[in-house]
Design a protein around this ligand. Structure first.
Ligand code: DQA
Length: 143
């Protein structure tokens, strides 16, 4: 079984970007942690990041035939993108939404998530470790 982990805009700058909110761990560090964990859990991993909404939608479409679960941090598109929600609604398997920060503790515009209308589970405020926690849960659901 395969899990796709999809990351939205500005997450390529993790480690440099507002470290007081997002910490010092880079996206490459997260990918390495998730790849090591995936090996022990017996799942294959596709790990992607894009700053472009349409590219993220294309990756969700690809997951329809290549993955059994999606973990997605849509970043700012969480709060704006009906198109990403619609794409996730074409995917049959479990969808887990991840936010590094606790979005509910932040500005009110971050309190609403279009993706949560589709997500089966949501992680927020676990820092970058939230990805590994989500991956454990995804593996339980599909293996
Ligand atoms: C985020 C929270 C979003 O509100 C923000 O736009 C991000 C990152 C998080 O991981 O905490 O870019 O998704």
């Amino acid at each position: 079984p395969t899990v796709y982990i999809l990351n939205g805009p500005n997450l390529n700058l993790l480690g440099q970007r507002q470290p007081e909110i997002y910490g010092s761990t880079t996206l490459a560090d997260i990918e390495a942690e998730c790849r090591a964990l995936a090996g022990t859990l017996g799942v294959e991993l596709g790990f992607y990041q894009s700053n472009h909404e349409g590219t993220i939608i294309d990756q969700i479409h690809e997951a329809r035939t290549k993955a059994q679960a999606i973990i997605i941090n849509p970043a700012a598109y969480t709060h704006t993108s009906v198109a990403i929600m619609d794409a996730l609604n074409t995917f049959d398997g479990p969808v887990i939404e991840v936010h590094i920060s606790n979005v509910h503790k932040r500005e009110s515009f971050r309190h609403h998530s279009y993706v949560s209308l589709r997500a089966d589970a949501v992680m927020a405020g676990f820092g970058t470790h939230g990805y590994a926690l989500a991956l454990r849960h995804a593996a339980r659901l599909i293996t």
